[in-house]
Design a binder for this molecule. Structure first.
Ligand code: NI
Length: 260
């Protein structure tokens, strides 16, 4: 099997406090080429950048999650800008977007903060990692305003294939997570089956969304292989094709040139 890329994992999460160095040291053995660790708060963004500075195969994204939108202000934005201007290995803005399932921040604030961070992506010419839950139409409408200036990936995509097509028409990518392995995930399976290989990324969103056969345990980047395997099974193509395509897509999307 060739190298895998986990396009979205949270190694700075406290559930990795005791062993993240070991996990990263095992990337070679586990055939992980690189991972991208997005931020969701200012602190986790800083932590992601710090981790990326220490490990070659870890890249960072910085951004404030819609849950935390209510805390976003000018000072926080200045700190994000400072990180982007001063630190290497920041390959994207994210994860940012809208979450109407939890509604931890008021929706008008979520939209405002989403737009402000999309402005940062334009300013610094960075791709964007999108979180969207129960908010697909508003997410689409806002992203469509920016589509001539940014490229985005819909992280752990859970919408319909029709909607995925509309995002792809904007030039965006779709990322499939371990949910595709869940027995009752009919829609995600259908989307994975139909998605063109050249727009597909794969991810774990670890420590969350652990795929079968490890569902219920802590997720880890190495389990991204089960996402690739399930997609190849659904598409009825060789697993190596999915692995190769998603690796090349991730390198192109994040503009990472790393030898494999
Ligand atoms: Ni995430």
């Amino acid at each position: 099997m060739k190298y895998l890329v986990d396009s979205h994992c949270h190694l700075v999460d406290e559930r990795f406090d005791f062993d993240k160095e070991d996990i990263i040291d095992n990337f070679e053995k586990d055939q992980i080429l690189f991972v991208v660790n997005p931020g969701d708060t200012l602190q986790s963004s800083k932590d992601a950048v710090e981790l990326a500075s220490r490990f070659e195969k870890v890249y960072a994204a910085v951004g404030i999650h819609p849950h935390e939108a209510k805390d976003y202000d000018d000072d926080m934005e200045k700190e994000l800008c400072k990180l982007i201007e001063e630190q290497d290995k920041i390959v994207a803005i994210g994860e940012i977007g809208l979450d109407y399932y939890y509604d931890h921040s008021p929706r008008d604030i979520q939209k405002q903060v989403f737009r402000r961070q999309l402005d940062l992506a334009v300013k610094y010419d960075l791709p964007v990692i999108i979180h969207s839950r129960d908010a697909i139409q508003d997410t689409y409408d806002i992203l469509a305003e920016y589509s001539d200036r940014i490229v985005a990936v819909m992280h752990s995509y859970s919408g319909s294939y029709e909607m995925a097509k509309r995002f792809m028409d904007l030039g965006f990518y779709i990322s499939i997570s371990g949910t595709v392995t869940f027995k009752n995930a009919r829609v995600v399976k259908e989307v994975a089956k139909q998605l063109p290989l050249d727009r597909l990324l794969i991810e774990t969103d670890s420590p969350y969304l652990t795929p079968e056969p490890y569902r219920g345990k802590r997720n880890e980047p190495k389990y991204v292989r089960y996402v690739a395997e399930k997609i190849s099974e659904l598409k009825d193509i060789a697993n190596s094709k999915v692995v190769e395509a998603t690796k090349n897509n991730a390198k192109r999307f994040f503009r990472i040139s790393i030898e494999d």
